[in-house]
Design a protein around this ligand. Structure first.
Ligand code: XUL
Length: 551
């Protein structure tokens, strides 16, 4: 290791913010963290929660120029703090599925930037689509149907690409763009994902796409790690030449661009390691690469439930996805779009602080006396709900503060339990990360519903942490250093930070078993989705199950 460059930089471009985190190899510690919130930093882009929502709630876009500006500003501020010169390697984590459309001048422009000028004015002419769909967009149902039909149905599409054709995934989004704007599609020479685009900004060259993120496109064959000719043909014409190459497992892609070195004071020797999606990056940041025994929940803008897979087994869930892991193997994931946004909607509706929200969860009884909410404030991914609405059952009144707080949390965690059942074994423990993991009440609900140990960490940004750890792994790997993923996790994830939360006595009996709330929740979900009867019988059965269960 170079004595002057002992640090690894992880960048995470998420829905609402850009975060940078620096790990020091000699101190084996996190030495710096900063985050920029898009709405606050860039009001001229008019984003709300980092995105541009249309009249139609299914349409959700962002302007990639805002991201470019954020990268520029963040690297500038790291330079001013004297941090960039110590960086040995950098890697990127980014929101998944979003696609960026570039014209044929894009990479030439990127390779010839003037270090005297900021990034954005030089790059503003490279985009062939001014705003781009992000993971929250669910406007491609028709394209999903067309792709699935061409690939022999939903199950076959999932077997080939790791997921059924999915609204937010890059392939269906590209198909929609090609159908709606064939000229724009023709003018597009390159389509990047957010992680490969930001990595290209660091390299000054077209960056390949990590399979971890690449499997979130419905375009790749998860068994070979290559673009699938059949999936490409089902999506849009002449697509292969517009896409980046796919790569499996982290490695160093080359040195930072001379623009980066000159403008932000990075060493010209600093290396860029493959970027990936925020969920594969979180898997690394939680120390779960290679660990099948523990699962993770990320409570961010969206909520996700995920875990490592050493091989592709038969266990699946219809809404589940297979992505790649940083060691070239796999992970499974379920995504819940209403996540943090639905919790915030309930919190704001009742004028609560997050502390009060958490306290309410800690002081109200599990089971909510059989009162349930289905909190689809916006279209939902798991289960698929395209027309949002909030439903209440079991006599839950809209103005009942405690009842609604418990109902939103229990519904979200029961939904995770229910829909993750297809992924096999019960986890020995659940690691919880992202902003919501600060909420002790939510951790308790997770422990109670899953009936197991739950841990959260002092560093909540597991995606950015994972990016910095992947930078370290790629850097060491390049030098023939055989440090494993668990060695890297041992170095940078402090075990003593992990505070366990255990299930409350009797909680398991409330949620599970013959008269458990899980059955009530499942019946409510089916009813709302139009595939089941009014859940009043299940509610009555739950209430007959013991004292304290009735209103
Ligand atoms: C995962 C997904 C979200 C985004 C959020 O499939 O859509 O978790 O990655 O950034």
């Amino acid at each position: 290791m170079n004595r002057r460059r002992t640090q690894f930089l992880g960048l995470d471009l998420s829905t609402q913010s850009l975060t940078a985190l620096v790990l020091d190899f000699q101190e084996t510690a996190l030495v710096f963290r900063t985050s920029m919130d898009f709405d606050g930093a860039y009001p001229s882009y008019g984003t709300k929660g980092g995105v541009l929502a249309g009249e139609d709630p299914r349409l959700v876009h962002a302007d990639p120029r805002m991201w470019v500006q954020a990268i520029d500003d963040l690297l500038g501020s790291l330079e001013q703090r004297g941090l960039t010169k110590k960086i040995a390697a950098v890697s990127v984590s980014a929101q998944q599925h979003g696609s960026i459309y570039l014209n044929d001048r894009a990479y030439r422009t990127l390779g010839n930037l003037n270090p005297g000028q900021p990034l954005l004015p030089q790059l503003s002419g490279i985009f062939s689509r001014p705003t781009v769909p992000v993971w929250m967009d669910s406007s491609t149902t028709r394209e999903c149907e067309e792709i699935a039909k061409a690939l022999g149905g939903g199950d076959r599409t999932a077997l080939l690409t790791g997921s059924r054709a999915t609204e937010r995934f890059t392939g269906p989004q590209i198909r929609k763009f090609w159908k709606e704007n064939p000229r724009g599609y023709e003018k597009t020479a390159h389509i990047a994902l957010v992680s490969s685009f930001v990595t290209s900004l660091l390299l000054g060259l077209p960056a390949p796409l990590d399979c971890g993120d690449g499997y979130g496109t419905n375009l790749a064959d998860i068994r070979t790690g290559r673009w699938s000719r059949r999936a490409l043909a089902a999506t849009a014409p002449r697509l292969r030449k517009k896409l980046p190459d796919l790569v499996k497992g982290d490695r160093s892609l080359g040195k930072v661009s001379s623009y980066l070195a000159k403008r932000y004071g990075l060493s010209p020797e600093a290396v860029v390691v493959t970027g990936t999606g925020d969920n594969p990056s979180s898997l690394a940041g939680l120390g779960l690469v290679g660990d099948r025994k523990r699962h993770a929940i990320s409570l961010g803008t969206s909520d996700t439930y995920f875990g490592y897979l050493s091989r592709l087994g038969k266990s699946r869930s219809p809404e589940g996805h297979i992505f790649g892991a940083a060691d070239g193997r796999y992970m499974f994931l379920l995504c819940f779009k209403n996540g943090g946004l639905a919790r915030k909607a309930v919190k704001d509706q009742h004028h609560l602080s997050w502390k009060e929200f958490s306290e309410t969860l800690l002081t109200t009884p599990p089971g909510n006396k059989g009162r349930i909410m289905l909190p689809y404030f916006m279209p939902e991914i798991t289960p698929l709900v395209l027309h949002p609405s909030v439903s209440r059952f079991g006599g839950l009144a809209e103005d009942d503060v405690q009842g609604n707080v418990r109902a939103v949390a229990e519904a979200q965690i029961m939904s995770m339990f229910l829909h993750s059942r297809g992924f096999g074994r019960k986890a020995d423990a659940i690691l919880v990360t992202a902003g919501g993991s600060e909420n002790r009440g939510l951790l308790q609900v997770i422990a109670d519903v899953f009936n197991g140990e739950v841990r959260s960490f002092e560093v909540k940004d597991s995606a950015a942490l994972g990016a910095a750890m992947r930078a370290a792994k790629g850097y060491f790997g390049d030098r023939g250093d055989r440090r494993t993923w668990s060695d890297i996790a041992e170095m940078f994830i402090s075990r003593k930070n992990a505070k366990p939360v255990f299930p409350r006595k009797d909680a398991a009996g409330i949620y599970h078993g013959e008269k458990g709330l899980m059955d009530v929740y499942e019946a409510c979900e089916k009813y709302v989705l139009g595939s089941g009867d009014d859940p009043k019988e299940e509610i009555a059965r739950f209430r007959s199950g013991g004292p304290g269960r009735s209103l």
